[in-house]
Design a protein around this ligand. Structure first.
Ligand SMILES: *[C@@H]1O[C@H](CO)[C@@H](O)[C@H](O)[C@H]1NC(C)=O
Ligand SMILES: *[C@@H]1O[C@H](CO)[C@@H](O)[C@H](O)[C@H]1NC(C)=O
Ligand SMILES: *[C@@H]1O[C@H](CO)[C@@H](O)[C@H](O)[C@H]1NC(C)=O
Length: 895
């Protein structure tokens, strides 16, 4: 057995660490590996004084003095007891790096991370084609989780040219195995046997790292002793899990030459550019026969694109490379809570960690949660734990977990209602699974532009976000507009998981009551965002879709009433809403204050600007609304009022009032909220502000003219020489004047979508007729975003800015429409029967198209073309497009 030792830290490091900026509320169980021969007791005084110093030193750099970038003053929801203990342990590890094809990490601000890369060593320039980040330019024919329970199991299929890879993972908990053990099975085979003549090779790289570079070390044991079930690859000691180890178990079978295993240990503080790190490391040919010591060396066979079998001092990142002919099948098994064979170590680690915990309880200045998990001695021996998660035992476990997944799926979404096309179930399972497999954990600070401080850009407080993402390849981060829709699906599947996500979002509330619409937390998230979209503005809102999930929760609590022995889930909803109420109220208050229109009771999205330099856009975008280029008044002004925001506010006020009464806050506190809701849901007032009676359409109000066009305009010198050409907006006659803005599409549907119209309203039947009209919104694949009759239908906004919400079919709004149609089909009224008919027809159209597109293209898409139903935009986009699952199951939400 060859063991390569990292540099050994001394105890001095401990006290030095405490002066760093890094908060240390849980610097636990000795991040140090004791050097042989040094007794632990020598370190104790250092650890003790370090701890004391850490307690008195400031924890977080004090943030800028602005309400928008300071956390809201209330207990953090992530600290609710339902998210502690067993739940925290169960959810510690997961596929929480959704921006990668396969990435695992702990839900911790200073996580352990792991990931997978692969490349074809025989193609030209293999290092330019390392697969790691999920990205569209890799051109995979298809990939995504086809089964994933959001917790302890998943199976993903990836089709990359001639290579078909299956990645499966499973977690397993033995008693005392803090955070659980997990296994990742990587199975690769030839995708299309008839195509490849020569044997197809693959290079697979598995890595594991402790993100605390310089503070943690990883041992690498490439030719380690067999433990019976596999080879130990690496071991380390982490802040949270104590000793840990990773084992490998090659399944490739007899008669084949074993895959070549190579390794590299390096110290890295950055994890957003690991692909580059690997490419750099593999650029030089290495000597395959050199003893495993240091790079280069002379003599033997040299080959490129191989890890060098070497180690830097104190590495925190270990990479392992397997190169072989297909098929290649291998299990990687992670085990934590290991004593490292040193009893004293375990005892000291526990004492230190307990001390930190009791100090941690006193420290309230940190505005994020760190899992608090007890360390105890596992009941199973290590070889047993590894064996249970590899080879045939793992095969069996994966089979069982997939059967459980299927059973829970059928139980939750039912046998799909009539009118679901063939192949729906496969698509629905993939949609759900990739949503759950797209849940990520992010940690960091937002960048915020303070308009009232001369546009100074500052960093917000550091926070953690646990969230689903719209698209693993294109939008691997949190978006609040999408998240409410994601929860309509996730809540059906696993209520506590959904509450956990909602808790993280509501914990991002600023003291002012604002939540940034896009959350770009941490280096990995930032690396995927173009610079111009990073900075967030505390004047700008986004649809408060979380109220959809909160309203659903409140409904359920109200329905359960005060009955004894109610469902524990209802109790957790109730506890959650009770703790969340001050935050929800403050968030709602922020909308009311900052997004008010000029007339009382009306609302306006901020962020369109009012300066006259919009002549580069046909219609100034309204990013805040989430419907970016959906046309609004041609000339932005403070007199505008937006009908979609009005409806969101009505929905939010209803949810707030219903939460208020279901958690039984004092009646005098709920009364004003109820009054407000009564005012906002007053259909007569809505009509007065937004209804065009002649057209029978709900519209925005603003300074508007239809006479706008984009033209090439030449700019000339005073002498008349042409010096440039630009594509600008030209305004003709008549000039803009205040009026109801004559566009019809998703925005005008909001009174229907959010069920604000009384069932006997004449507007309801008029709207249903226009929605069903192919000259307006109806297509064979769903409702298009803008009426064909609109002057900006399918128009580019600039030379290069293609129509986005000006024709394409989007699943979130179609889902709202279906839920509303179902609702109106169930309440007596003149439109009852029509609503039911349109619901069934629309549902059939949407399912037929999305299912067919998935089967032909391999993906769910960001949106669908209105003319052909073809998927377009980013992919896979399993965010709100995954609402096909509740659409197929007709499991709509209550508001
Ligand atoms: C496999 O290769 C054959 C021959 O090139 C081709 O016709 C077929 O479409 C391929 N199948 C897949 C699934 O790629
Ligand atoms: C990764 O990013 C860090 C920080 O931006 C940088 O210092 C480092 O050189 C980068 N590494 C590679 C290999 O690009
Ligand atoms: C409408 O916009 C035009 C052009 O910017 C401006 O001259 C006019 O004053 C605006 N009208 C109102 C009522 O704001």
């Amino acid at each position: 057995m060859q063991v390569i030792r990292r540099k050994v830290d001394t105890g001095n490091k401990e006290s030095a660490e405490c002066e760093s900026e890094e908060p240390k509320e849980n610097i636990s169980r000795a991040t140090k590996v004791p050097k042989k021969g040094i007794r632990w007791t020598i370190l104790l005084p250092f650890i003790f004084f370090g701890a004391i110093a850490g307690f008195f030193l400031p924890l977080e750099p004090s943030g800028p003095n602005h309400l928008a970038v300071r956390p809201f003053k209330a207990d953090l929801l992530c600290r609710l007891s339902q998210f502690q203990g067993e739940h925290a342990g169960r959810m510690l590890w997961g596929t929480y790096r959704p921006g990668l094809y396969l990435g695992m990490q702990t839900r911790h601000p200073r996580p352990l991370v792991s990931g997978l890369m692969w490349f074809d060593p025989d193609r030209p320039q293999p290092l330019d084609n390392i697969r790691h980040l999920a990205q569209e330019r890799d051109g995979l024919q298809k990939y995504g989780w086809e089964a994933h329970d959001g917790e302890s199991f998943g199976r993903q299929e990836l089709y990359d040219g001639n290579i078909h890879i299956t990645t499966s993972f499973a977690k397993r908990f033995c008693r005392g195995c803090t955070g659980g053990d997990w296994a990742l099975r990587v199975n690769s085979e030839v995708n299309n046997a008839s195509m490849s003549q020569a044997p197809q090779r693959i290079s697979v790289i598995f890595y594991i790292a402790d993100s605390q570079a310089g503070k943690s070390v990883v041992d690498i044991l490439p030719q380690g002793a067999s433990t019976g079930a596999g080879v130990q690859l690496a071991a380390g000691v982490s802040e949270l899990l104590g000793g840990w180890a990773v084992h490998m178990h090659d399944l490739s079978g007899q008669g084949r030459s074993a895959p070549k295993l190579r390794y590299l240990g390096v110290q890295r503080a950055h994890f957003h550019n690991l692909t580059d790190t690997l490419a750099d490391e593999m650029a030089e040919p290495v000597d395959l026969d050199a003893p495993a010591k240091r790079r280069g060396g002379g003599g033997g066979r040299r080959e490129r694109h191989q890890l060098s079998n070497s180690m830097e001092d104190a590495p925190n990142l270990a990479l392992f490379q397997l190169t072989a002919e297909l098929p290649l099948s291998v299990d990687f098994v992670f085990t934590g809570s290991l004593p490292k064979g040193q009893g004293a170590f375990e005892g000291v680690a526990k004492a230190v960690s307990d001390m930190w915990r009791s100090i941690g309880a006193l420290r309230r200045t940190i505005s994020y949660c760190v899992p608090q998990l007890p360390l105890s001695k596992p009941t199973e021996a290590l070889p047993q734990r590894v064996a249970a998660l590899s080879g045939s035992a793992l095969t069996q476990l994966l089979k069982e977990r997939e059967a459980d997944f299927d059973a829970h799926f059928t139980k939750t979404f039912g046998a799909f209602a009539p009118g679901s096309p063939k192949g729906t179930e496969v698509v629905a399972k993939a949609a759900l699974s990739n949503t759950l497999g797209g849940i990520g954990y992010f940690f960091g600070a937002s960048e915020v532009r303070l308009a009232d401080q001369g546009d100074r850009i500052v960093r917000s407080w550091r926070a953690a976000l646990f969230t689903a993402v719209p698209s693993r390849s294109f939008f691997p981060r949190g978006f609040i507009w999408d998240e409410g829709f994601h929860q309509l699906l996730i809540r059906r599947w696993n209520e506590r998981l959904s509450r956990d996500i909602l808790a993280h979002w509501l914990d991002l509330l600023s003291e002012e009551g604002w939540i940034a619409r896009e959350q770009i937390l941490g280096e990995e998230a930032r690396a995927r965002v173009p610079a111009e979209f990073i900075v967030q503005s505390p004047q700008v809102a986004n649809p408060p879709t979380l109220f959809l999930a909160l309203a659903d929760m409140a409904q359920r609590v109200a329905a359960a009433g005060a009955e004894e022995g109610r469902d524990p889930g209802v109790q957790e909803d109730l506890d959650f809403l009770t703790a969340a109420y001050p935050r929800i109220e403050a968030w709602f208050g922020w909308f009311q204050r900052t997004q008010a229109g000029q007339l009382p009771g009306t609302f306006r999205w901020r962020g369109r600007g009012t300066a006259p330099e919009w002549d580069t856009e046909l219609n100034r975008k309204t990013f805040a609304s989430g419907l970016d280029d959906y046309p609004r008044a041609s000339h932005p002004s403070s007199a505008e009022r937006h009908v979609d925001l009005y409806c969101w506010m009505s929905l939010a006020s209803r949810a707030l009032a219903s939460i208020g009464s279901s958690i039984r806050v004092a009646p005098e506190k709920v009364a004003p909220v109820q009054e407000l809701h009564a005012q906002l849901s007053n259909a007569a007032f809505l009509d007065q502000m937004h209804l065009d009676r002649a057209a029978q359409q709900y519209r925005d109000w603003g300074n508007h003219t239809e006479a706008v066009d984009m033209q090439w305009v030449e700019s000339r010198t005073p002498e008349g020489y042409v010096v440039g050409r630009s594509y600008v907006r030209v305004v003709g006659q008549p000039p803009p004047r205040p009026q109801l803005v004559p566009h019809f599409g998703y925005v005008g549907l909001f009174p229907l979508l959010l069920r604000m119209l009384p069932a006997d309203s004449p507007q309801l039947s008029a709207m249903l007729a226009q929605l069903r009209d192919p000259d307006h919104l109806w297509t064979d694949a769903g409702l298009r975003s803008l009426s064909r009759a609109s002057s900006l239908y399918n128009k580019y906004n600039t030379q290069h800015d293609a129509p986005y919400w000006r024709a394409p079919i989007w699943m979130n709004v179609n889902y709202l429409a279906l839920a509303a149609l179902k609702h109106y089909s169930q309440v007596p009224g003149a439109s009852q029967e029509l609503a039911g008919r349109i619901h069934d027809e629309l549902r059939r159209n949407i399912l037929r198209n999305v299912v067919q597109q998935y089967h032909t293209t391999g993906y769910l898409w960001e949106n669908y073309r209105d003319e052909s139903g073809r998927g377009q935009g980013s992919h896979p986009f399993t965010g709100w497009t995954a609402l096909v699952v509740p659409i197929a199951g007709e499991t709509y939400f209550e508001i």
